[in-house]
Design a protein around this ligand. Structure first.
Ligand SMILES: [Zn+2]
Ligand SMILES: [Zn+2]
Length: 241
């Protein structure tokens, strides 16, 4: 183990945000959810690594004695990468020169902020409600009222889950499979009915309004987020308190 001072906690957050939470090389999302071995619980895993462009250690990759302490600590000295790509650049420093990595960072982060701006205006959205047998229906009128003026709902998906009363009786893994299947069917349906004018009907973003158990809402948000822009709103389940 080498001792590293940087990045500091605040800089880490800035780096991850600069990269939109994705690996600058392959674009893989850095936060993923996996069920534990018993399938009872979902565990969040952060696969994102903060990769130094110039190492702070003399023997580390791309070490340069002329780099100031300030530049070493700067967010610009770090790429956000998945585990594979972190090893790739650190184990092959001759092929991954500092200057090339700096332009790679700049290019990727510009793309992230460009896509973010593009997605912020005039959105066509899909409203997804996640309910279960205990907490009744979500009021769709109030959802539509809460959307910004630039956001037009163009499609809807309602998922109502059948859950046992106690958490300990929930088969989380099969509920997750169930959610994934419903989502797949919905996507196929969207393509089928609107095959002729895809641009008009494929949503720019998905708004998930959930009143069901939090792990299920998070899991669902995570599947969609792999390919789409997602906003997740979770209602409080009063009966749980
Ligand atoms: Zn990667
Ligand atoms: Zn490193």
């Amino acid at each position: 183990m080498t001792n590293r001072k940087y990045p500091t906690y605040t800089t880490k957050i800035k780096i991850a945000v600069d990269h939109g939470g994705k690996c600058a090389f392959c674009g893989i999302e850095s936060n993923r959810l996996y069920p534990n071995l018993q399938g009872e619980q979902l565990i969040g895993v952060r696969v994102g690594k903060f990769a130094h462009i110039h190492s702070e250690n003399e023997n580390g990759p791309r070490f340069d004695p002329n780099i100031s302490e300030e530049d070493l600590a700067s967010r610009l000295n770090f790429l956000y990468l998945c585990e594979d790509h972190h090893s790739l650049i650190d184990d092959n420093e001759d092929m991954y020169k500092a200057e090339d990595l700096k332009s790679k960072r700049k290019e990727f982060c510009q793309l992230v902020s460009h896509n973010f701006k593009k997605n912020s205006i005039g959105n066509k959205c899909c409203i997804i409600t996640l309910e279960d047998n205990f907490f009744g229906k979500i009021n769709r009128t109030s959802i539509i009222e809460s959307l910004g003026i630039n956001t037009t709902p163009i499609s809807n998906l309602n998922i109502s889950l059948d859950l046992p009363e106690n958490d300990s009786d929930i088969d989380w893994l099969s509920q997750c499979h169930n959610l994934k299947k419903k989502w797949k069917n919905f996507q196929e349906y969207l393509f089928k009915i609107n095959g002729l004018n895809l641009n008009e009907i494929i949503p720019d973003e998905y708004h998930i309004y959930s009143i069901t158990k939090i792990p299920l809402a998070i899991y669902f948000g995570a599947i969609l987020q792999e390919t789409n822009k997602v906003l997740l709103h979770q209602w409080r389940r009063k009966k749980d308190e």
